[in-house]
Design a protein around this ligand. Structure first.
Ligand SMILES: *[C@@H]1O[C@H](CO)[C@@H](O)[C@H](O)[C@H]1NC(C)=O
Length: 326
């Protein structure tokens, strides 16, 4: 009111003064609006990080780490980067646990610049992480073109023997200079780049959600079957569905969508056997999407949340998870 009177008075006096006053009022209003209308952020504790899981080999065994870098491509621990190695057929077509369920028993780790491949009844195979003289293969991941550096004939023979099929398999590695894929999900930002993972860089799941599902099954399931990157304890089942933005340590994550589940969840991570039924059918009995989101998730039940990385940094087991509310 006071400001208005001033303006009116000034107008009556002189147009030039009026403009100056108006300009000043505008600036002051903008500052006030910025200070008071923009609610301060509030961090609300919602859980604790209980596990950090990196899956260096797509569909391979998870590597549990106490600390990980969280960057745009997801979790990384030294040379182990999430979904940066991929099994392909000779024509470059990706091979996952959906076609070769026994892949879930293959562990790929790194040690002193070497990759170590291990699997049941197989001798360990070691080869250098960097093999710059090997050729780069053109590969296909979910129909998208992507490259990968061939890891050599020994790795190929090892995988071919392990999977025990007539056809030959090869192992490829994604290197930083290679062209990444765009996330296949339109809900992800257009500039979201991914290597060999399915959809987005970080998948988050709570222990309580897995317990909730287990309570409905004849046989318990464990977290590893669902291949999350960040496992959260100390929260209610499906609490993660309602965290739009979270902070863990100095890392900020933003929820993009739920994780729609497929037949891969029916592979037992301990035996590598696919049953093609459970827990997928039970999930479908109570975790289907809202009808308004059918175009996004189709008939896939939802379990876990996919996030994009807003602020990179370090994650540690034991870190408190904060929901950011404004
Ligand atoms: C499992 O979660 C559902 C919500 O989807 C809830 O209604 C139910 O009570 C939970 N069951 C258990 C055993 O926690």
């Amino acid at each position: 009111m006071e400001v208005k009177t001033q303006v009116v008075n000034a107008l009556a006096e002189n147009k030039k003064t009026a403009l100056l006053v108006l300009g000043g009022v505008g600036a002051a209003a903008a500052i006030l609006a910025f200070k008071y209308l923009r609610k301060p952020e509030e961090l609300v504790r919602v859980g604790v990080v209980s596990q950090l899981l990196v899956h260096p080999l797509k569909s391979g065994k998870a590597v549990s780490v106490a600390l990980a870098e969280c960057h745009k491509f997801g979790l990384r621990f030294g040379e182990l980067q999430d979904r940066h190695w991929l099994v392909v057929k000779e024509d470059g077509q990706m091979v996952t646990g959906r076609q070769q369920p026994r892949l879930v028993l293959v562990s790929l780790t790194c040690e002193g610049g070497h990759v170590c491949l291990n699997g049941p009844n197989m001798e360990e195979l070691k080869f250098p992480v960097k093999q710059p003289d090997n050729h780069v293969m053109d590969c296909r991941v979910f129909g998208d073109d992507i490259q990968g550096r061939d890891c050599g004939d020994e790795a190929s023979r090892w995988l071919t023997r392990y999977l025990g099929e007539e056809k030959t398999f090869r192992l490829v590695h994604f290197e930083p200079q290679m062209k990444a894929r765009q996330s296949p999900e339109p809900l992800f930002p257009r500039d979201e780049k991914v290597a060999y993972l399915d959809v987005g860089p970080v998948m988050l799941l709570s222990e309580a959600s897995v317990q909730n599902l287990s309570s409905k099954l004849e046989k318990d399931v464990t977290v590893s079957r669902f291949r999350p990157n960040i496992v959260i304890s100390d929260c209610e089942a499906f609490a993660e569905d309602s965290w739009a933005e979270i902070q863990i340590g100095n890392v900020r994550l933003q929820r993009v969508m739920s994780c729609g589940r497929c037949i891969f969840t029916t592979v037992d991570p301990e035996t590598g056997i696919i049953n093609r039924k459970e827990p997928l059918e039970t999930l479908k009995s109570y975790r289907l999407c809202d009808p308004s989101e059918k175009d996004i998730y189709k008939a896939s039940p939802l379990f876990g949340q996919l996030h994009t990385v807003k602020k990179t940094g370090i994650l540690q087991v034991g870190d408190i998870v904060y929901k950011i509310s404004r």
